[in-house]
Design a protein around this ligand. Structure first.
Ligand SMILES: *Cc1c(COP(=O)(O)O)cnc(C)c1O
Length: 355
């Protein structure tokens, strides 16, 4: 009876379904988390906003303070293990959750990690460089390098490769985790899994709101939802680039992901939906709008969001409610991607006046 009702209410697309030639099981995968993550209803925010609001708790993926990178790293470490690697190298912002999660995964799998930290966010206080994820990565025993630029993907990659070559010449077996667009987006596979997981947990949501940074989370989840023939809207909240640039990026991410899965990219690309109202003043920088969203979630539900991604995602969701793009009574899921250690790197921005 229950499944009959669920079927009636689910947002299944009519017509031919998409066929996937390469199943997710054909990719090597290291087990780093135990899923599925909880899907919780936010009762007080639901009544305040006049919608049916749910939170997909990917902040609770478990490994080393959790967050969305755990799912992505299952596929990168699967490949690294297949290649017999003993050291992983990765690059990211100073308060990157990706590099912290990668160092935790390396520890769990008995590997070493080299983290390259890029100067992406200007004018930050001392704790930005010493607390939060920086502190955790030190505890994890990772080797640190720094890169003076924040918007030079190719240069950062080249520096990482130089270090990998050096390690190789000393007999080590390095594996570089590539996040640039010229490499297959293995991490997005983790969010295909998550999108499918969400559709199984609750097939009848009208919209899901996710952060859109590198696009692995957004692109993967969108693909998972499409592969489940689910017609709900996937909103990507820009956290790094404006909506025009992000749309171009998402087209590429989805094309590369479709190539991996051997599916048609067009039905995925047709459903790209990005908004950038929560982005200013820029990547990793707080606005009054973002800080208000972070405080609202904490003060209404007792749940913390991070300043760089999930607070902007919630600010974007609030914007969609205010503009009527999310309508009263709709069933909406927000993806909580974690990132909480960064709170402690943003102490000044969180308690002092914003510029
Ligand atoms: C990296 C990160 C994101 C962005 O995910 P992408 O897959 O890069 O788009 C969102 N939230 C948190 C907490 C992150 O660490």
């Amino acid at each position: 009876m229950f499944s009959f009702i669920a079927h009636l209410r689910s947002r299944k697309i009519e017509g031919p379904t998409m066929t996937q030639k390469n199943s997710l099981d054909s990719f090597p995968r290291a087990q780093l988390m135990t899923g599925p993550t909880p899907l919780e209803r936010l009762d007080r925010l639901s009544s305040e906003l006049g919608i049916d609001l749910w939170l997909k708790r990917d902040d609770l993926t478990g490994l080393g303070f959790g967050g969305n990178k755990t799912r992505q790293l299952e596929f990168y470490f699967g490949e690294a293990l297949r290649q017999g690697a003993d050291t992983i190298l990765i690059t990211g912002a100073v308060q990157s959750n990706f590099v912290r999660s990668a160092a935790a995964a390396a520890a769990k799998l008995g590997m070493q990690s080299v983290l390259q930290l890029e100067e992406r966010v200007p004018d930050m206080g001392a704790e930005y460089y010493s607390s939060g994820n920086v502190l955790l990565a030190k505890i994890l025993g990772a080797e640190h390098m720094s890169y003076p630029e924040g918007e030079d993907e190719a240069g950062a990659d080249a520096a990482l490769h130089a270090r990998a070559d050096e390690l190789k010449s000393r007999g080590r077996k390095p594996y570089v985790i590539h996040l640039g667009l010229n490499h297959p987006p293995l991490g997005a596979l983790g969010y295909v899994v998550a999108g499918q997981e969400l559709c199984h947990q609750m097939p009848d949501f009208d919209a899901v709101v996710v952060p859109s940074g590198s696009g692995a989370t957004h692109g993967g989840l969108l693909a998972g939802v499409v592969l489940e023939d689910n017609a709900s809207t996937v909103f990507g909240v820009c956290v790094r680039r404006d909506h025009e640039k992000q749309k171009v990026r998402m087209n590429t991410v989805l094309q590369k992901l479709a190539d991996l899965l051997e599916i048609d990219a067009v039905p995925l690309q047709d459903r790209i939906n990005v908004l950038d109202e929560a982005l200013p003043p820029g990547y990793g920088k707080l606005s009054g709008m973002t800080r208000a969203a972070l405080e609202k979630m904490a003060r209404t539900e007792g749940i913390f969001l991070d300043p760089v991604y999930s607070a902007k995602t919630f600010a974007g969701l609030l914007h969609l409610v205010n503009t009527g793009e999310i309508q009263p009574g709709q069933k909406v899921v927000m993806l909580h991607t974690g990132g909480l250690p960064a709170l402690f790197g943003y102490q000044n921005e969180l308690v002092n006046d914003l510029p």
